[in-house]
Each structure stands twice: as structure tokens, then as C-alpha cells.
Design a protein around this ligand. Structure first.
Ligand code: TXA
Ligand code: MG
Length: 348
């Protein structure tokens, strides 16, 4: 499937390269330096990266994803030293930044700080802040080191769709729109990074993610947690307002579980997304039949469930369903990120 991509919108040939080979890293780094977007693995999800200091390269990322320009990108950096280069001194010197970086970088934490001029406005959608993260994946770190530039990268999916946790997911959505996809295997964490605003002395959770907010609070004290879709949250993090993570079929979060939403009509193609084996059994006892079933973690391990969430949604997406019924998980710790993604997938 060819789409708009290369400079001028011409389709390009998409190649998957093994991320653990130095030649792949060298080729991908050269592409980044030449202004061509590259898809690469992180521990959370795959990203579609470009040189963050090159506005034209960044514009091609927005174009390939069909992402609206009001939604800012995360800048991936090799280490915490980069904070001082891209954030204003007052925020970079905030002791909470050093504390969180020492504890959680490389890792699934993105810090939003007031930006220096060197970061182009297209990266931050005109905001006066920049989102920074050191990813914990050897392929991502090798790419950052070889490219020698900060890499602006959203998740490597079409805008509004399910984020990729395997190289094949990237190809499904961006074939013909990106030249190189570095393959680093399935993503270990499986949901995107936690996004935390630390600008000007505040601490605000902008997106629950792979690092539980409870762990952040243990390190720096209370974090403001705007209710999802509070006006404050939407204005601080523009990408949060829209519907997201939407699979092709309508998804419904069935609360409480099991509930009447699990009953299927004759001939209706319904997929079951169960959190655990007990949830599956409960659903099958009151509803069904289900033409496709995914169990995120048979034993109810929330880390395992998060790691498998997007993969399960991609598989359900491929099953040609009329609708998907999903089981909630407790809205705490890593479960908060899962519930956030399910709620957004349900709002389409
Ligand atoms: O785990 C991740 O964060 C992945 C991997 C590739 O690193 N990236 C990712 O990017 O999820 P994306 O673009 O899909 O989500 C970035 C989120 C959006 O909700 C965006 O609005 C927010 O970060 N964001 C970026 N810059 C911001 C800023 N300056 N202020 C507030 N929110 C910002
Ligand atoms: Mg995304």
C-alpha cells in the first residue's frame, strides 16, 4: 500500500532492517541526518523519528502520520545532559528533574519543560514547552548516539489509530510512507511514556503511561492529576483532547464486568478483550459467542496486560469485527495507563 511520504509526497519503499546490526543503525542514522523519517523501537511503543532541529524533517513526520499540527512531539535524547541544551535554565535546574532523571531515565517518563529557542516551533506545536525523554531501548539509544541529534518522534501509527508495539504494526499503517523501520522486537512496556509537566514549579500528570504516577510521587511528592479531559489538561497537552487508539471496530468498555453489553445478536461479529482468564470465563458465561478473543494476562498481571494491550487491539482489528467488548482493570498504578487507552479507544 503506497501513500504520501517522501519529500514531495512520493511513496517510498519501506524496508524493515534488523535493529541489532551496526550497519542498520548507521544507515538509519544517515537517513535521520539527511532529513528522512525513520521508524525505531523504544521500550514503550515504536516511534517515527526525525531530526528535532530540522523543521522540514519534522514536517514530514506530521505528513506521514496525518497528524494535526497542533499536537506536539516528544524529543528523544541520549542522556539527561541534553535537558540543559533544550530547556531553559530555571526548569533544567529544578532539583526534581535531576531526581526523576536519575531514578527513571532511560525509561518510560517524558518531562515537559519550558523550551529554549533552539527547538523549532513545529516540534512543540507553538507551545513554549518541550517534551523530553531518554528511551530505554538499546536500538533507540544506538540510533540517538549515531545520529548525534535529538530525535522528535511520535508513536509510529496513523493519527488516532492504535500505537505499534512491533515492526509489523508500523508497516501495516505506514507502508510507503517511511523508508526504514528498525526492528527491535516486541516492545517490553507496551504503552506510551508517562508525560509529566514540570515547568515553572508545577508538577502535572499530562498522560498516564508506562511509569506509574505513584512512583513519581514517591520521588518528588504530590503530582496534580487533572481528571481526564478537564479543560486544564486539554490546554496543557493539546494532543489529549482527541479520540485515540481507535481500532477499526467500535470498542465498548463494559463496566461493571460482566454486564449486558456482552450479549451478542445473531450473526454479529463481536470480539472479546478480557483482562484475565477469570474475566474471560465470566464474559462467556453471560454473553458471546465471540468470534475473536484476547486475554491480556491470564493470571491478571497488570504489567503483562499493558505490554500486550496494543498487540491484542491490532489482532482484533485484523479480525473484521462489528464491535469489541473490553474488560476494565483497576484504575491505579500501571492500570491507569491501560484504562486511559481503553477509554480513548472507546471514544471515537
Ligand atoms: O512512549 C512514548 O512516549 C512514545 C515513544 C515513541 O517515545 N511516543 C509517543 O508520542 O507516545 P506521541 O506523539 O504519540 O504522544 C506524545 C504526547 C502527546 O499527548 C502530546 O500532546 C504530548 O506528548 N506532548 C508533547 N509535547 C508536549 C508539550 N510541549 N506540552 C504538552 N504535551 C506535550
Ligand atoms: Mg501516539
Amino acid at each position: 500500500m503506497a501513500g504520501r511520504s517522501g519529500a514531495g509526497g512520493k511513496p517510498v519503499e519501506t524496508r524493515i532492517l534488523p535493529g541489532d546490526e551496526p550497519a542498520s543503525i548507521a544507515e538509519a542514522a544517515a537517513a535521520i541526518r539527511a532529513g528522512d523519517p525513520v521508524a525505531f523501537p523504544t521500550e514503550t511503543v515504536y516511534g517515527l523519528g526525525a531530526d528535532a532541529l530540522d523543521p522540514r524533517a519534522v514536517a514530514r513526520v506530521f505528513e506521514a502520520k496525518e497528524r494535526p499540527r497542533f499536537d506536539p512531539l516528544i524529543v528523544h535524547v541520549a542522556d539527561a545532559d541534553a535537558v540543559g541544551r533544550y530547556a531553559i535554565h530555571e526548569d533544567a535546574a529544578d532539583p526534581r528533574v535531576a531526581a526523576l532523571a536519575a531514578l527513571f531515565w532511560p525509561g518510560p517518563l517524558t518531562l515537559v519543560l519550558r523550551r529554549r529557542e533552539v527547538i523549532p516551533g513545529i516540534v512543540t506545536a507553538g507551545l513554549d514547552t518541550v517534551a523530553l525523554r531518554v528511551p530505554a531501548h538499546p536500538v533507540a539509544l544506538a540510533l540517538l548516539a549515531a545520529a548525534g541529534v535529538p530525535v522528535a518522534a511520535p508513536s509510529a501509527n496513523r493519527f488516532g489509530r492504535v500505537s505499534p508495539t512491533r515492526a509489523a504494526h508500523v508497516v501495516c499503517q505506514l507502508d510507503g510512507r517511511v523508508g526504514i523501520v528498525l526492528d527491535g522486537g516486541p516492545c517490553r512496556v507496551g504503552v506510551e511514556s508517562t508525560v509529566l509537566l514540570l515547568a515553572g514549579g508545577r508538577a502535572v500528570l499530562l498522560r498516564p503511561g508506562g511509569l506509574p504516577v505513584e512512583a513519581i510521587e514517591e520521588a518528588i511528592g504530590p503530582v496534580e492529576r487533572p481528571a481526564h479531559d478537564a479543560p486544564d489538561a486539554a490546554s496543557l497537552s493539546p494532543g489529549r483532547g482527541a479520540s485515540h487508539y481507535a481500532p477499526g471496530a467500535a470498542l465498548r468498555l463494559v463496566e461493571p464486568w460482566p454486564g449486558p453489553g456482552l450479549v451478542t445478536a445473531a450473526g454479529e461479529r463481536v470480539g472479546l478483550l478480557a483482562a484475565d482468564a477469570a474475566g474471560r470465563a465470566a464474559a462467556e458465561a453471560v454473553g458471546g459467542p465471540f468470534v475473536a478473543t484476547e486475554v491480556l494476562s491470564p493470571g491478571g498481571d497488570v504489567m503483562e496486560a499493558a505490554a500486550r494491550l496494543f498487540d491484542a487491539l491490532h489482532r482484533l482489528d485484523a479480525a473484521g469485527l462489528d464491535r469489541i467488548v473490553a474488560q476494565p482493570v483497576p484504575d491505579e498504578g500501571m492500570g491507569r495507563a491501560i484504562m486511559d487507552r481503553l477509554r480513548r479507544a472507546a471514544r471515537r
